[in-house]
Ligand binder design. Structure first.
Ligand SMILES: Cc1cc2nc3c(=O)[nH]c(=O)nc-3n(C[C@H](O)[C@H](O)[C@H](O)COP(=O)(O)O)c2cc1C
Length: 233
């Protein structure tokens, strides 16, 4: 690698490595042009036969507040789990090791930072509800996919989402991808007047991280390369 390549690699690595899920944002606005630029960069993500399966609803100001109010009302309904169900399974029906351990660890690490005990269902509910205000980020995004598309396009979709998060990071912004919205796809669907062909994939918060928020100090672990990769030669 020459010195320019080393600088480029360092900048790309930095954007990837410093990406983390941020769960408290400042109210500093993000210029619309910057959001548009991030989406244009992310749309360079690959997709099988260049299908480009993504569709994005970018919500700010009143539009974001109104969607949040509708989803929060649904979330606060005591009957929510029978009334509102995910349209696609994001998680396995039955959890097994090692995934269940990793899932529990990140959950409890977050709640212990916030000093929320396992018994305190009210505070857990309140913390989870912060998803639906996009953790107060000035920009909330809802992503949809055409139902006709298959599993391969969901793979492409992940690349698009990661590209948004990395492009945001390169501009000093932070994100939180949010599957929490999927339970309330029917509310979102009628609020955004989605066509019957569109399925809600997830949401995402975008903005400037609040450096004073304790939840933003959460650090998550990763398995070492030797645990998940085999080198064959
Ligand atoms: C598709 C997707 C959906 C997620 N949904 C949520 C969510 O609804 N709420 C939340 O707080 N975090 C959500 N996360 C964040 C994960 O918990 C997080 O990525 C993981 O714990 C690793 O931490 P890191 O992103 O800080 O590296 C989601 C992540 C992904 C990739």
């Amino acid at each position: 690698m020459d010195s320019q390549q080393r600088r480029d690699a360092a900048a790309v690595d930095q954007a990837i490595i410093t990406r983390r899920s941020v769960r408290a944002f400042l109210d500093t606005p993000v210029p619309r042009e910057m959001v548009s630029e991030i989406l244009a960069v992310a749309s360079r993500a690959p997709s099988g036969t260049n299908v480009q399966p993504w569709r994005v609803y970018v919500l700010t100001g009143e539009a974001k507040l109104k969607l949040s109010a509708d989803v929060l009302a649904a979330y606060d309904d005591p009957q929510r789990d029978s009334k509102y169900r995910e349209e696609y399974p994001y998680y396995p029906r039955e959890w097994v090791k090692p995934y269940i351990d990793r899932r529990r660890k990140v959950g409890w690490d977050l709640y212990s930072l916030l000093e929320i005990s396992r018994e305190d269902k009210a505070r857990m509910h309140a913390q989870h509800s912060r998803n639906f205000t996009f953790f107060d980020a000035p920009v909330g995004m809802i992503f949809t996919i055409d139902r006709i598309l298959e599993q391969g396009s969901w793979l492409d979709y992940g690349m698009f989402l990661q590209s948004i998060m990395v492009a945001a990071r390169a501009r000093g912004l932070d994100t939180c991808p949010q599957a929490a919205f999927t339970q309330f796809h029917a509310v979102i669907s009628s609020h955004l007047r989605l066509t019957g062909d569109e399925m809600v994939v997830c949401g995402m918060a975008l903005g400037y991280a609040d450096p004073a928020a304790i939840e933003n100090t959460l650090s998550t672990e990763r398995e070492p390369v030797s645990e998940f990769a085999r080198f064959l030669s």
